[in-house]
Ligand binder design. Structure first.
Ligand code: UD1
Length: 362
């Protein structure tokens, strides 16, 4: 019997691990264990995802909570080392680029337990982003690098990763998106936000580089004010951003914007899949908007997901007010976005990942 330990912890992890656990379910000779680090812990940031995405109840909860990077990483490491010593996994699966991803990888590597990294190879080439550090460390130590797009393969090869460790499997998050899209109807959210199909914009903001700096945050919100004059804008507010808006006294800039609490997975998919445009600094939303064929303006100076620009609907507009407005006006001038999904963003990635893992364990 081989034991696979899957690690989740923060909001963007759940939709990546869920389809893989489902694909491996019932496989003879494989025992799956789910570890929830508790990096995110609110109902809306964590528990609702576990429930909605049909993940099993976590076998272990590390309950690390919020803290500085060092403290949060260290707490995951301490808790996860204990799990590994007790469960003796044959393989640890981590996803994405959050602190829990890197922390679990470090622990497994030192215990000589192989690591599979879902969403390997992405690079923004900006080490000012904590996620970029997490990606580099995780990929450097992982044994199986499962890439969502071929730019990931190229980045890894340039860094000297042996080719046999790299497996282009496609984007597993799109498996989750395609599975839940039929449930994502607008009436699910119309009790909270008065919007009509293709008649509104969606805003999300949570990157520290945007929301922790009052000047940049203000620049972005002034541009959002321009958008909100032309169409309703719905803004589910991340807890970090909620705190910063209050501290900086920036709420006045959002007078015409519909603020909501963070939404669960299917409600949020309902919101995004019926929107006219998405404005965001999220990594995942760049991919989801591409899969949905909805224009996305990414409020950052760089992206680790260039395939969403070359093959998708994403535009990198930066954080200057005038550039965001110009990007919005340009996107609005286009009638339709062609729906062109990048290669292997086909809803079948989990099966390919499962095959790679089974071959490795055999
Ligand atoms: C983390 C990830 C980021 C990911 C994001 C998605 C890292 C380095 N960052 O950033 O890559 O895009 O999650 O949300 O791993 N908080 C709550 N409730 C929660 C969780 C957080 O109120 O359930 C508040 C806390 O005050 C916390 C702050 O939000 O200090 C930030 O949370 P944290 O997990 O440190 O980083 P995120 O900004 O969420």
């Amino acid at each position: 019997m081989n034991t696979i330990v899957h690690v989740v912890g923060a909001r963007p992890n759940y939709m990546k691990i869920a389809p893989l656990m489902e694909a491996l379910k019932g496989t003879p000779g494989i025992r799956q264990i789910l570890v929830n680090t508790g990096q995110h812990y609110d109902e809306a940031m964590s528990k609702s995802f576990l429930r909605e995405l049909s993940l099993p109840t976590p076998d272990r909860n590390l309950e690390v909570g919020s803290a500085s990077h060092a403290v949060q990483t260290a707490k995951v490491m301490i808790g996860f080392e204990q799990v590994c010593l007790e469960e003796k996994p044959d393989l640890v699966v981590v996803a994405g680029d959050v602190n829990s991803t890197m922390a679990a990888t470090l622990v497994a590597a030192k215990l000589m337990i192989p690591v599979a990294h879902l969403e390997a190879g992405l690079r923004s080439f900006d080490r000012g982003m904590p996620e970029e550090v997490n990606r580099i460390v995780t990929d450097c130590l992982a044994d199986l690098l499962l890439t969502p797009s071929t730019d990931g393969d190229e980045n890894l090869i340039k860094e000297g990763v042996p080719r046999e460790k790299i497996h282009f499997v496609g984007n597993i998050m799109i498996d989750t998106l395609m599975r839940h899209l039929p449930m994502a109807t607008l009436d699910r959210i119309q009790d909270r936000v008065a919007v009509t199909d293709k008649g509104y914009g969606v805003l999300t903001l949570h990157r520290p580089s945007n929301v922790d700096d009052p000047v940049i945050l203000r620049r972005i919100l002034v541009a959002i004010g321009h958008v909100a004059k032309q169409m309703p804008v719905v803004f589910p507010v991340h807890p970090r951003t909620r705190q910063r808006l209050a501290t900086f006294g920036a709420e006045d800039l959002l007078a015409n914007v519909m603020l909501t609490e963070p939404m669960g997975y299917i409600d949020f998919l309902s919101l995004t899949s019926h929107a006219r445009i998405i404005l965001s600094d999220s990594g995942g939303l760049q991919e989801e908007s591409t899969a949905l064929g909805i224009p996305c303006l990414t409020l950052r100076e760089n992206t680790e997901r260039p395939v969403t620009i070359t093959h998708g609907t994403n535009r990198l507009v930066g954080t200057q007010t005038a550039a965001i407005i110009a990007g919005f006006d340009e996107a609005m001038a286009r009638e339709h976005e062609p729906l062109r999904r990048p290669p292997l963003w086909d809803g079948q990635t989990a099966g390919r990942v499962a095959a790679v893992l089974q071959k490795f364990l055999a």
